[in-house]
Design a protein around this ligand. Structure first.
Ligand code: UDX
Length: 440
């Protein structure tokens, strides 16, 4: 992205080199700010210094390379040094889910403590990764409690809405920028940081900014579960959910996106964020039953998919099943909470032989399925050879271009289970495949 005109440049520290942190660090550098990205995983930082990306994200690597070369983006494993050097500190550390659904905020507190230790001039600390509402308050209290002098600081919230696989694009072309601030100074700095992006800004208090993130992600998850519930009724009534989605989506009040029925949502955001919102709401005194149902419907889609295959194959034990697509969605190698994990496990439990293929997630999936009866194939055709059923669980573009004539020759039984409603059902049926869709 080319910069036009003059924008005020800041010295920014980004804490956390995960998906949110690394993308933000590279993109802030691209906007012209000086950025130090810090992570306590020294191995990750060393790899980044050698230009090895810790995960696959389109467009990210060239941006990192370019800005390292320019000397505008640097990496460090020292939190204290990074905080000392930066005026603006974005917190993008992980907030992993705990068994009760709450988020583990130890890493956030650790950053707040480090800011308190190193507060030698005014600094602004901004939450970027998803945190429970009222976390900003806690960060502020922690810095007050542990700071050694009366140096001024601000805490702010700037939730990140980027999607994996489209993260760089989403950073530069966001639908909105949400700024939760408590002082005109904090507002001015954040506005200046983003001044070259053209997006509506929503300026609000910190609690509201935090809540906007919970509400947005949970609403999108709810939209998916809604259409998945409708897809179940379509199956029962003999209707086509694809047409239902199309017609619903043409209503501008509803919108066409996030109405694809299938095996449901996965990834590190929706499952975790829905759980966290249920937990936080309860803690605040509201039982969010609606969201519990969103989660239940999503979990059930995975079981339902396996049930449908069972109906066709009768006995799964001893059958060969090919799974094409493992990552939780296309254009990422992320396997966290991917529907494929539960579905492959269910096949294994039933005694099937499972052969899998994914264009990017082989390494991640290899770690997850290590020691299990899962065979990895180097290409889709190898995966389907001799199989009784071919499942599609991620809508990678390359799967839409597969030679299904060849697949018909290679498979033992011609059953296709399309967990993403991504294939032409009519064409496949005409070719002699049995086709299983989700609500169509
Ligand atoms: C999501 C939010 O979109 C993003 O704003 C937030 O910052 C992080 O969480 P991400 O997890 O990258 O982003 O994935 P997204 O593209 O939103 O998809 C989430 C899941 O929903 C995927 O598993 C996808 O396959 C599924 N999905 C999406 C559906 O099942 N149906 C749909 O119609 C859309």
């Amino acid at each position: 992205m080319e910069q036009k005109g003059h924008i005020k440049k800041y010295k920014i520290g980004v804490v956390g080199a995960g998906h949110v942190g690394l993308v933000a660090a590279a993109c802030f550098a691209e906007l012209g700010h000086r950025v130090i990205c810090v992570d306590n995983d020294a191995g990750k930082i060393n790899s980044l210094k050698k230009l090895i990306m810790p995960f696959y994200e389109p467009e990210l690597e060239p941006l990192v390379r370019k800005n390292i070369k320019k000397g505008i983006l640097t990496f460090s494993s020292s939190l204290d040094e990074t905080i000392k050097a930066a005026q603006v500190i974005f917190i993008a550390v992980g907030t992993p889910p705990q068994p009760d659904g709450s988020a583990d905020l130890t890493a956030i507190e650790n950053v707040a403590q480090a800011v308190a230790r190193n507060l030698d001039s005014y600094k602004i600390v901004i939450e970027k990764s998803t945190v429970p509402v009222q976390t900003g308050q806690k960060v502020k209290e922690t810095i007050y409690r542990y700071r050694k002098s009366n140096v001024d600081f601000d805490v702010a919230s700037n939730p990140e809405f980027l999607r994996e696989g489209k993260a760089v694009y989403d950073f530069f072309y966001p639908d909105r920028i949400v700024l939760g601030v408590e002082s005109p100074r904090a507002e001015k700095i954040l506005k200046e940081i983003y001044s070259s992006l053209k997006a509506p800004m929503v300026i609000t208090d910190i609690n509201t900014a935090e809540l906007i993130k919970h509400a947005s992600n949970s609403f999108l998850a709810a939209k998916i579960s809604f259409i998945n519930a409708v897809s179940r009724i379509c199956d029962l009534a003999g209707a086509d959910v694809e047409k239902v989605s199309l017609a619903m989506g043409l209503d501008k009040r509803i919108g066409a996106q996030f109405l694809n029925a299938g095996v449901g949502y996965g990834g590190f955001c929706f499952p975790k964020d829905v759980e966290a919102f249920i937990y936080i709401s309860k803690k605040l005194g509201y039982e969010f039953g609606f969201l519990k149902e969103v989660k239940r419907i999503n979990d059930e889609q995975r079981r339902y998919f396996v049930e449908k295959i069972k109906e066709h194959l009768w006995i799964i034990k001893g059958k060969k099943i090919a799974v094409l697509g493992l990552s939780f969605k296309p254009d990422t190698d992320d396997m966290r909470f991917a529907p494929s994990v539960d579905i492959v496990e269910a096949f294994l439990k039933e005694g099937a032989y499972v052969r899998v293929y994914d264009p990017k997630a082989k390494k991640e999936a290899g770690e997850l399925f290590r020691g299990k009866r899962v065979e990895f194939a180097g290409n889709p055709y190898r995966a389907v050879k001799g199989c009784d059923c071919v499942c599609f669980l991620t809508e990678w573009e390359e799967f839409k271009k597969l030679d299904f004539k060849k697949i018909k020759v290679l498979t033992r039984y011609h059953l296709i289970a399309d967990g993403r409603n991504m294939l032409d059902a009519q064409k496949l049926t005409k070719m002699g495949f049995e086709y299983i869709g989700m609500g169509r």
